[in-house]
Design a protein around this ligand. Structure first.
Ligand code: ARG
Length: 408
């Protein structure tokens, strides 16, 4: 093994901030970064709503040789500065995936850069592999926030299999918690759970029940439909079933309700930025319900031309986030457009959840553009029927003209 030396001349070691999860890869990485690069490791664990570990991972990082270890609870910031903006943009990559993993990356990056700058570290390390989108999101996010930061991706460099990692840990006295081997690669946060690898790689095979970690199988969900009311203010959810709650609580509550009803399962063959098509499954219970509800309220409160134009913006916006350009001028500019459209997206949406499905069944708003007087076919109709004829004459005129011309 080549021994790189990133230490300074007086042999005081340079520091590297490691995105640390407490799992096998990043535990081994603490030692590996010291050995291979001669760096002091600062391990940073960032909580964006993933399930808690069975032990104190910060204490374990220190026992494994990190000179410092930090645990940052970023759930509130995740919801307010990342999830709500993407909800306003109804962000879904390829109209299917609510970008749960992709939206958390820029926040994690921001926290890593903050710690690196505070600690005077010139390096950041992350455990992403060379085949995925996440490495792009980390690397591009980091240089977008600090162009001088250097990045090391241990998983892109070492050639260790899982077994070799376990051997490396044993040989080097790295304390790890070896869980029963999970055939899937899973990433979890408040906005959803991503799952890939194993049998899922066969695009024809139906995902086995073990691939789903959060949601009840729809066939075992309650036989009674469950109704939920979500209140929005300027595009942001503020209450569930009439109870005002802060953002993290709203998402946790909706995750629980939707999971119970089998809502939010997604099976997708998606296009990665690195050119590979990959079959993945997602569980995005709260995201599925909230995007449905938010769009339902937009249909009530946004003018037709705004809705149509916004749809195109939403697609581009979703691609930008997926492709790791959260911290970029285009994303920020589209965000400004999206924010402006939300001024009157205020009101309440009622949804019905039943055995894996979710449907908007009611909506109301003080800014509703739905006018029953105009819409009704019953008594009280206020629509000017004569105006229809003149309008249709003009609307159809180009087609009529073309039809005559082409018949000559
Ligand atoms: N394909 C998704 C994305 O790029 C999720 C990747 C999550 N990683 C995982 N180990 N499952 O956003």
């Amino acid at each position: 093994m080549v021994a790189y030396n990133c230490g300074t001349a007086d042999n005081k070691r340079e520091k590297i901030v490691l995105a640390y999860s407490g799992g096998l890869d990043t535990s081994v990485a603490i030692r590996w970064l010291q050995d291979k690069y001669n760096l002091d490791v600062i391990a940073v664990a960032i909580n964006v709503g993933q399930p808690p570990s069975s032990d104190d991972i910060v204490a374990r990082a220190l026992r494994n040789g990190a000179i410092k270890a930090e645990f940052i609870d970023a759930k509130k910031e995740f919801v307010e500065d990342y999830i709500w903006p993407t909800l306003k943009g109804n962000a879904m990559y390829q109209d299917v995936y609510p970008l749960s993993t992709a939206t958390a990356r820029p926040l994690i990056v921001k926290k890593l850069v903050e710690v690196a700058q505070k600690e005077g570290a010139k390096y950041i390390a992350h455990g992403c592999t060379a085949k995925g989108n996440d490495q792009v999101r980390f690397d591009v996010g980091i240089v977008s926030l600090d162009p001088d930061m250097k990045i090391i991706g241990p998983m892109r460099e070492w050639v260790m299999t899982r077994e070799e990692e376990i051997d490396y840990a044993k040989e080097n006295g790295v304390e790890i918690i070896v869980k029963k081997e999970n055939p899937f690669s899973v990433d979890e946060n408040l906005w959803g759970r991503s799952c890939e690898c194993g049998i899922i790689e066969d695009a024809w095979a139906e995902p086995p029940e073990e691939a789903w970690g959060w949601t009840t199988n729809p066939k075992n969900a309650p036989d009674e439909a469950e109704y939920v009311e979500i209140e929005f203010e300027k595009g942001v959810p503020v209450a569930v079933n009439g109870k005002k709650m802060e953002g993290v609580k709203i998402i946790e509550e909706l995750n629980a309700i939707a999971c119970k009803n089998g809502v939010g399962r997604i099976d997708h063959v998606e296009d990665r930025l690195v050119g590979i098509k990959s079959r993945e499954t997602y569980e995005c219970p709260a995201a599925t319900v909230l995007i449905k509800a938010h769009r339902g309220l937009e249909f009530l409160t946004l003018q037709k031309d705004v809705l149509e134009y916004k749809r195109g913006v939403e697609q581009r916006y979703s691609e930008i986030i997926y492709n790791g350009l959260w911290y970029g001028v285009l994303r920020e500019s589209l965000q400004a457009f999206i924010e402006k459209t939300q001024e009157f997206v205020t009101g309440v949406v009622r949804l019905k959840l039943y055995k894996g499905s979710v449907m908007v069944v009611g909506r109301k708003s003080e800014y509703s553009l739905y006018d029953e007087g105009l819409a009704t076919y019953a008594k009280g109709d206020e629509f000017n029927h004569e105006s229809a004829l003149g309008f249709i004459y003009c609307w159809g005129l180009p087609n009529k003209t073309t039809s005559r011309a082409h018949k000559k």
